[in-house]
Design a protein around this ligand. Structure first.
Ligand SMILES: [Zn+2]
Length: 84
């Protein structure tokens, strides 16, 4: 029972860290001058984190996105088109 509670607590911490990380990522996009550090960005298609400088960059609808591969770019573009 205690282990179960610890797991829930850990999950909550990870969730909070992930949310904070996403907010930081959005701020970094607005100030492109600070891209010298090997910052991690999230691929919105497969939800993987990749180093920003080795990521595939794509601007969709005025927003900047980063992907791990061309396949993910294509998949994301298809999904965006399907939503419109
Ligand atoms: Zn990907």
């Amino acid at each position: 029972m205690v282990k179960f509670l610890v797991l829930i607590f850990l999950g909550f911490l990870i969730y909070r860290a992930a949310r904070r990380y996403m907010t930081l990522g959005q701020k970094a996009e607005q100030s492109p001058g600070e891209g010298s550090v090997d910052e991690m960005v999230q691929d919105p298609s497969c939800m993987t984190y990749i180093p920003r400088r080795s990521a595939q960059r794509k601007v969709v609808g005025g927003k900047e996105f980063f992907f791990c591969s061309k396949e993910c770019v294509e998949k994301f573009e298809k999904e965006m088109r399907a939503q419109q």
